[in-house]
Design a protein around this ligand. Structure first.
Ligand code: AYL
Length: 545
């Protein structure tokens, strides 16, 4: 009876269930996590582990009763609220597949993901209902069928709009869950989430991840003794984890909504990043483990308002999703010398973790060694030959956490996972004599803004739809605050177009992290290879000195 033990109806999940249950039995029903809860840092709304189990099950029963079927896709468009994991586990127990959507997306961006994933229902909150309903209305007109919208409690006290379904009505104690047995058709290979990633090229694609993928990666990551101490939870120690990284992104989903709950941690949901508020949340809740992205670590290590005393209860800081500077790690450890720093590397396509910097290692330039059951190699990009220690090439990953493929896109799948099962990451890296891996650059197009993906192809398509643009290319340029930001190169059709016009045009179409913060530069030609592929390295050499 705990959040981590929410039975997803598949054998692998039952293993988790029995693990946690037996721990509760050992503790004579007094397992710390049962009394423990998860809480929203903004509204104070909280759910104990014991309650969560019931809510998720009742949500599952109500979804089945509402007619959702095994394998149907449910889009979850939520900021980090404590209901997120309840919605996730409930949907999975009902046999549904959850596609996680960035809640800051514009209606057009939401619409694209709903359309591509084939979502037949949407879960959101009243705060962003108006833009979600715009996207839904367009899709309903296209499909000529209704797409139900379910609303979980909002961040602000807003009335529930008419025509929507109230999450609380679907989960109150009177809901009968006896219908759930009939829906128990899940296997470890049933798909559970469909997050979006652009992979090595092109537009964002749904990444097919199953129960087996997520459970495997959860346990692989937890095999590192640094990561979660809650397996040894006692009344004197309890892991307290502020959930700042978005649950919709695989890093937040796996480390905060799955691994932390599996461990019985207290998860404090933080819906938006306000630096001062985040620090006061860390202090107020006595946070013990921080899962962060490099720009946030950089802020915490360098900002004079963040004091050593703010880290008093913190024992672990984990970085992932983008490269972190050695100096930033050093500065963090100067400010908080008692903290253990660790780093993970991986991709949405690998559920996400592939490596971790192991306990005791101070090799902060490295993202660590492959986690259990994971093979990694470096190959020459042109010849595909294996490379030895110290030789940089493409990082390849093989293991039980590698995705089933891209949704409805066998071609992109075949281009990413080779016939021997190796995932070609599009990252440039090498390993040393100790088998520590280092990520040095990216061959792929992907831009990482604050650890979040931005696909150049998506922005290029939008730019080319402007009547004044003849051709366009987008690359990432280094940025002090965000790591990287998108910059556009434009071949214009007439002389009238200005940089400001281009930036405003983009700002009207995409969410903030995709804005052309790196600028828009006018050029006479975009360098391309004979088959029309943009030569991004050449573009950088020509214009970014
Ligand atoms: P996606 N260092 C450098 N680059 C990295 C790192 C790292 N430690 N981790 C991820 N990346 C880049 O799908 C790399 O280019 O997943 C990779 O191909 O949004 C891309 O980000 C994947 O981006 C963890 C915690 C993995 C986080 C993650 C990354 C999830 C990001 C393991 O323990």
């Amino acid at each position: 009876n705990s959040w981590s033990s929410v039975r997803m109806g598949c054998r692998v999940m039952r293993r988790m269930y029995s693990t946690v249950t037996s721990r509760s039995l050992v503790n004579d029903g007094n397992c710390a996590s049962l009394r423990n809860d998860s809480v929203c840092a903004l509204t104070g709304r909280r759910y104990t582990y014991a309650e969560s189990r019931g809510i998720a099950r009742r949500f599952a029963a109500s979804l089945c009763r509402a007619g959702f079927k095994h394998g149907n896709v449910l889009a979850v468009v939520l900021p980090n609220v404590p209901e997120f994991p309840l919605v996730l586990f409930g949907a999975l127990e009902a046999g549904m597949v959850v596609t996680t959507v960035n809640p800051v997306f514009t209606p057009e961006e939401i619409g694209k993901q709903l359309r591509d994933s084939g979502a037949v229902g949407v879960v959101t909150i009243s705060d962003i209902y108006s833009k979600v309903s715009k996207a839904v209305a367009v899709l309903e007109a296209e499909r000529k069928s209704k797409i139900p919208i379910i609303l979980t409690p909002g961040l602000e006290d807003k009335a529930i709009p008419r025509g929507t379904i109230n999450f609380q009505d679907m989960t109150h104690k009177g809901i009968d869950t006896s219908n759930l047995g009939a829906h128990n058709m899940l296997s470890p290979d049933s798909l559970v989430v469909l997050p979006y990633s652009s992979g090595t090229t092109g537009l964002p694609k749904g990444v097919k991840l199953s129960h087996r993928h997520l459970i495997t990666n959860c346990l692989q990551v937890l095999s590192e003794p640094k990561i979660c101490r809650a397996e040894r939870a006692t009344d004197d120690f309890r892991e307290i984890v502020p959930a700042l990284l978005p649950f919709y992104h695989i890093y937040g989903l796996l480390s905060l909504a799955i691994a932390s709950l599996y461990c019985g941690a207290k998860v404090v949901t933080v819906p938006t990043f306000e630096p001062a508020q985040f620090i006061s949340t860390v202090v107020k809740y006595k946070a013990t483990a921080l899962y962060l992205v490099p720009p946030v670590i950089q802020f915490m290590s360098s900002h004079p308002d963040v004091k050593t005393s703010d880290f008093e209860t913190v024992r672990l800081v984990n970085s992932g999703a983008a490269p972190i500077g050695y100096n930033d790690v050093e500065r963090l450890l100067e400010k908080a010398p008692h903290v253990e720093f660790t780093q993970g590397y991986g991709l949405t396509e690998s559920s996400p973790a592939a490596t971790i910097l192991e306990k005791g290692s101070t090799n902060y330039k490295s993202c660590g060694k492959p986690i259990p059951n994971t093979e990694m190699k470096i190959v020459n990009m042109d010849t595909n030959m294996n490379l030895g220690p110290g030789e940089a090439g493409e990082v390849c990953i093989r293991g039980p956490q590698v995705m089933a493929g891209y949704h409805n896109n066998p071609q992109a799948t075949a281009e990413t996972i080779d016939p021997s099962g190796w995932l070609h990451t599009g990252d440039m890296g090498y390993y040393d004599e100790e088998n520590d891996f280092y990520i040095v650059d990216r061959y792929k197009e992907l831009i990482k803004v604050k650890g979040l993906q931005v696909a150049p192809a998506e922005l290029e398509d939008i730019l080319r739809s402007h009547p004044g643009v003849a051709d366009a290319a987008v690359i990432g340029v280094p940025d002090q605050r965000s790591g990287e930001v998108p910059k556009a190169f434009i071949v214009s059709k007439g002389p009238k177009l200005t940089e400001d016009d281009v930036k405003k045009f983009m700002a009207g179409k995409v969410s903030r992290h995709k804005h052309l913060t790196g600028g828009a530069e006018f050029v006479t030609t975009i360098p391309r290879n004979p088959s029309g592929k943009i030569l991004r390295k050449k573009l950088k050499e020509m214009y970014c000195k």
